[in-house]
Design a protein around this ligand. Sequence first.
Ligand SMILES: NC(=O)c1ccc[n+]([C@@H]2O[C@H](COP(=O)([O-])OP(=O)(O)OC[C@H]3O[C@@H](n4cnc5c(N)ncnc54)[C@H](OP(=O)(O)O)[C@@H]3O)[C@@H](O)[C@H]2O)c1
Length: 205
Amino acid sequence: MKVAVIGGTGKMGAGIARQLANGYDVIIGSRDPARAAQVARGMGARGAGYEDAARESDLAVLAIPYSSMGTAASLAKELAGKLVISVVNPLTLRGGLLHFALEGGSAAQQLAAMLPGSRVATAFNNVPARLLAGKVVPPMDILVAADTRETFEEAAKVVSSIPNLRPLHVGPLSEAEAVERITAVLANLAKLNGTKSLAARFVDG
Ligand SMILES: NC(=O)c1ccc[n+]([C@@H]2O[C@H](COP(=O)([O-])OP(=O)(O)OC[C@H]3O[C@@H](n4cnc5c(N)ncnc54)[C@H](OP(=O)(O)O)[C@@H]3O)[C@@H](O)[C@H]2O)c1
């Protein structure tokens, strides 16, 4: 199964690609195919331009900044009929803290509107990239917003392929705003309480 990580040269994309490369044929997508190939080397992955990566893939992870998310619209044809997992958080730094940058809605819903032929889900939004950089990731819960149970299960399978991660269905894509907002809360909690980074893990009871 081939997974394109669009923005796979970045902090988050490279972390996800590194983890997924254990179970999937990973294609790092970059605006610069040479940079993609360089990052892919040593990860057991390969590199390509965005368009080629998207076309060759069976599913994709979008890990580019919110400010450049419009780029995804140009991949609508290549990503049609496929699962697209958004890790994009529309956040802005103000007064030393991160804030949600949209008046309403979410990056994931905007992405779904750009990719009408794809099945869009959120996952990994709340995971700090540094926690994906090592060989083993710590136990974490991964909130997955998806409009149908089938799309949730498809995304959950990708999440579960990484040992220690537990996918949890947070509801339809309309809940993606809450998911994306949590990232700011966690980053601010880490900053204000003297820890490098925080990720979420819920207690079963
Ligand atoms: N960093 C984290 O801890 C973290 C955690 C959770 C979610 N996220 C989300 O993950 C996404 C990426 O964050 P990041 O920290 O990994 O950022 P990053 O290190 O800056 O990497 C983003 C990648 O996106 C590509 N890119 C940059 N500008 C672009 C543009 N104008 N058009 C198309 N592609 C562009 C770049 O790849 P090329 O130059 O190779 O094309 C770059 O490597 C963001 O949406 C962020 O909210 C990040």
